[in-house]
Design a protein around this ligand. Structure first.
Ligand code: DMJ
Length: 568
């Protein structure tokens, strides 16, 4: 069994890294990455983007997604309204194009960016009776529109703005957000309904349960919209939703479950983890704090992070010291912290990126190494991996970005060539296994690498974007890395002092929410704060020389996790 076998593999290890010592095979393999190779990877990534994008534009636009095997497009499944796998995301609004706008800017194709903006402005219309998920519409569409709008005024991306542009994307974003608002208007808890009908408001048979990420991941886009158009309503709704959600956490563990009843606040799913249904809740709290500077976001994140460390983390206590199991974050029961499942899911591979952002780089290194090893084993990430059975529980891989995202962020934090190698491995696997005649296809089963006819919009908005940014050292975004936040859909939002909470000229309006609603009772949870033993939110300059120039995960530990996955 995978997790037990790792224990046997590792004796106590405490020796310090010696720069002058002989290099191991792994150190030789990962220790350098030539400039020639970097440029080749950049070019390969550019080709990857155009193979996905051009085929979407030629065969699928104005439909939402590309079918890369059949070379056509798809919109919502109108015949099967219950097909939420499709209908939650697709809504007859050229999803892939809207989601990919800022990638066009990042890749430096300003001409196509301007053409794409024109197409969106001329053809995208949200006045359609489609029932979509609020979370998905928010992160993919609202975020895509706001990001592209803000790039127009961004000095780091000069000459992007078409000469006819009059805040048209902001207008579309405003219209979309108004269509999502009914989700917030009719619940006693303030937690939003999971779905709306874009034309008529709440669906008649709307469900009363939602996932934690569905409530907690709207902060960036909704608050930003409020700040841009000067209307506090979007901010008020999402802040109230997140605070009330947080109040429903368990008083002993500080943990939230994964599914909640929006009318009663009762937890319908009590599994607490870092993956599906909850992942971006943590991420967005931290990013909202970075973007808007509100202490309560930081406080909620830090309390949650302490609970995560205390209850979900297994394995040796330090990533690069001591002996024992490779660290693993497991799903636990929210009420007790006891292990709840023996699987982890692929969405969790983004969490090392959150840990980087918070300054817990050593922990991110270990967390990432586990998913990288899994990637090497399968050539992608199974949707769910069972660490007891050492086998996938759910076998598809829909071109998700999470490992690529944390690889990019770890590279920016450490500048260690190890992560360029990881990026190259990801690029090669995607090209070897998922490249289809008209784009890139979902892996249906990681055990035989059979394909499904679907290229999700996040492939161009995230997976390829993070790959490109990894290899494009001179990208304006990398040159000004501290000036942006990535949304959970990989959309870039420029930081601005004007967004800081104390600059919002409608701050006093928050008094329309009662004091009680703002009281999150934060101090009464017995969190073991000693589990946080690093300096959060510190600068990357604090990265040790060892982390920067040796293997980020020391040789013996990297061998251990590779051996556990049989990828030595
Ligand atoms: C994306 O839409 C976002 O990254 C979201 O946070 C999680 N799911 C997909 C990618 O896997």
């Amino acid at each position: 069994m995978f997790y037990k076998s790792m224990l046997l593999l590792l004796p106590a290890f405490t020796s310090e890294y010696n720069v002058f010592g002989p290099r191991t095979d792994l150190e030789k393999k990962y220790g350098t990455f030539s400039e020639e190779m970097r440029l080749e990877m950049l070019e390969e990534t550019r080709k990857m983007f155009y193979h996905g994008y051009d085929n979407y534009m030629n065969h699928a636009f104005p439909l939402d997604e590309l079918n890369p095997l059949e070379c056509n497009g798809r919109g919502p499944d109108h015949e099967h309204p219950d097909n939420i796998n499709i209908n939650d995301v697709l809504g007859d609004y050229s999803l892939t194009l809207v989601d990919a706008l800022d990638t066009l800017a990042i890749i430096g194709n300003y001409t196509e960016f301007r053409r794409a903006v024109k197409l969106v402005v001329d053809t995208v219309d949200f006045d359609k009776p489609n029932v979509v998920q609020v979370f998905e519409a928010n992160i993919r569409l609202l975020g895509g529109l706001l990001s592209a709008h803000l790039l127009m005024d961004d000095p780091n991306f000069s000459n992007l703005t078409p000469d006819w542009y009059l805040d048209d994307l902001l207008g579309l974003a405003h219209d979309l957000a108004d269509r999502l608002l009914p989700a917030f208007e009719q619940t006693s808890t303030g937690l939003p309904f999971p779905r709306v009908n874009l034309k008529t408001g709440l669906p008649e048979d709307g469900r009363f349960s939602t996932c934690t990420a569905g409530v907690g991941s709207l902060l960036l886009e909704f608050i930003l919209l409020s700040r841009l158009i000067g209307d506090p309503i979007y901010e008020i709704y999402v802040r109230k939703a997140v605070k009330n959600l947080f109040k429903f956490r368990n008083r002993y563990t500080g943990l939230l479950g994964n599914v909640i009843d929006i009318n009663t606040g009762e937890w319908l799913g009590k599994i607490s983890g870092l993956g599906a249904g909850i992942d971006s809740f943590y991420e967005i709290l931290l990013k909202s704090y970075i973007m808007f500077g509100k202490q309560e976001d930081k406080q909620m994140f830090e309390e949650s992070y302490a609970s995560i460390k205390q209850f979900m983390r297994r394995g040796r206590s330090e990533c690069n010291r001591g002996s024992g199991l490779h660290p693993l974050y497991v799903n636990v029961e929210m009420d007790s912290g006891d292990t709840a499942t023996s699987w982890v899911d692929s969405l969790q591979a983004s969490f090392p990126g959150v840990q980087v952002l918070y300054g817990d780089v050593d922990e991110a290194i270990c967390h990432h190494a586990l998913y990288y090893s899994m990637w090497l084993k399968y050539g992608c990430l199974p949707e769910r991996y069972n660490w007891k059975l050492d086998a996938p529980d759910v076998k598809f891989y829909p071109l998700r970005p999470e490992l690529m995202e944390s690889t990019y962020l770890l590279y920016r934090a450490t500048k260690n060539p190890f992560y360029l190698h990881v990026g190259r491995d990801i690029l090669y696997s995607l090209n070897n296994h998922t490249r289809a005649v008209c784009g890139y296809a979902t892996v249906h089963d990681v055990t035989d690498m059979s394909l499904e006819d679907r290229q999700e919009s996040f492939f161009l908005s995230e997976t390829v974007k993070y790959l490109y940014l990894l290899f494009d050292f001179d990208n304006p975004l990398n040159k000004n890395g501290n000036s942006y936040v990535f949304t959970t859909e990989g959309h870039i939002l420029p930081l601005s002092e004007s967004y800081y909470s104390n600059k919002a000229d409608y701050e006093d309006l928050f008094s329309i929410l009662s004091e009680d609603e703002f009281d999150m009772g934060m101090s009464d949870i017995p969190i073991n704060s000693t589990t946080i033993n690093f300096s959060p939110l510190t600068s990357c300059d604090k990265i040790s020389t060892e982390t920067r120039f040796s293997l980020p995960l020391r040789n013996q530990y990297l061998q251990q996790i590779f051996a556990a996955f049989g990828v030595a």
